[in-house]
Design a protein around this ligand. Structure first.
Ligand SMILES: [Zn+2]
Length: 109
């Protein structure tokens, strides 16, 4: 005696008119997890102030200060004992003009 009760043909449980309250749509979280990349520019000859522009196109004009106590990850980019300057406002890093570098300077990778 084979009396199988197959649900074949049975309609799926119809959802009610109002679907159950679902969670809010997933928030776009892709772009806000990455840390901002430290910008490193090269100083123009005799450049003493920052020429970065903000989102509104306003010139930063922050003073470029010699930066000595840079962290390890910055050192990895610019090399040991490298001369580096930093804008006091937007923190953009400036490397000295390569034309003014001493010839004894060796690149490290
Ligand atoms: Zn700046």
């Amino acid at each position: 005696m084979a009396e199988e009760t197959t649900p074949q043909g049975a309609p799926p449980p119809a959802p009610s008119a109002t679907p159950p309250a679902t969670a809010a749509p997933p928030a776009p979280a892709a772009a806000e997890t990455a840390p901002p990349e430290q910008k490193i520019k090269v100083r123009k000859p005799r450049q003493r102030s920052c020429d970065e522009k903000d989102a509104k196109g306003k010139l930063c004009a922050g003073h470029l200060k010699r930066w000595y106590d840079y962290p390890k990850d910055v050192q990895a980019k610019i090399g040991e004992d490298a001369e580096i300057y930093r804008c006091e406002f937007c923190k953009t890093l400036y490397k000295p003009d390569p034309k003014q570098m001493p010839h004894s300077f060796t690149l490290r990778y």
